[in-house]
Design a binder for this molecule. Structure first.
Ligand SMILES: [Zn+2]
Length: 216
């Protein structure tokens, strides 16, 4: 054997990638930038999102910086594997890249379907979404992505105190943080504020939380 150990470059691997971040961390902007890149290079791709998040209107993904783009909206009963395999069978252009917005709303089964697309049909799947809900607990779709994704990346943004945001705190009309309610409640800046862990627990007066630095 020679000394040369030739490896395929990383972009030849077919992967499931999960980019997670808090609300307003730029997830949709990154998705739209990626979609724009594919379009510029004539690379066939598909953008999908859950019908649960209807803030931007049906079949649309929006970012303040990059505007909006058409997408395919799916319900939690849709089989994404069948949907995309069928799409590829009836179209001359074969999809090899799938971009998923708001992937926290995927069901665990849909995450497994995306993994099967990557494994069986050599597709690259890139999911963007929240990791945890307003109670700091994993969404089912995010949990399955954390368990199964080949690569996991955090999209970081900054709390007003300067630390990294981690919690999507839900607020009421009086801008007070609420800690009770259903896991899914669609809203934007009027309903959620991204906070670091310290600020979140400080503001929700968790008596068990011990701060290591002086704070007010
Ligand atoms: Zn903070």
């Amino acid at each position: 054997m020679g000394e040369f150990n030739i490896k395929f470059p990383i972009y030849c691997d077919f992967m499931v990638t999960f980019y997670y971040g808090t609300m307003a961390s730029g997830k949709s902007m990154q998705l739209l930038a990626k979609a724009h890149d594919f379009q510029e290079h004539s690379i066939p791709f598909l953008v999908i999102k859950s019908e649960i998040d209807d803030r931007d209107g049906e079949n649309k993904i929006y970012s303040r910086a990059l505007g909006s783009r058409e997408c395919v909206t799916i319900s939690d009963t849709d089989n994404i594997f069948n949907l995309i395999v069928t799409f590829n069978e009836i179209n001359l252009v074969k999809i090899k890249w799938v971009l998923v917005d708001e992937s926290q709303f995927l069901t665990p089964e849909q995450v497994e379907q995306l993994c099967a697309l990557s494994d069986i049909y050599d597709m690259n799947i890139i999911c963007y979404g929240l990791k945890t809900d307003f109670k700091t607990h994993l969404f089912p779709g995010s949990k399955r992505l954390l368990e199964l994704a080949d690569e996991i990346h955090e999209i970081k943004s900054i709390c007003y105190c300067g630390k990294k945001t981690m919690v999507n705190a839900r607020i009421n009309a009086n801008k007070e943080i609420v800690t009770e309610g259903s896991q899914i409640e669609i809203g934007g800046d009027d309903r959620y504020v991204a906070l670091c862990r310290k600020c979140y627990f400080e503001k929700t007066h968790n008596k068990n939380y011990k701060f290591t630095v002086d704070d007010k």
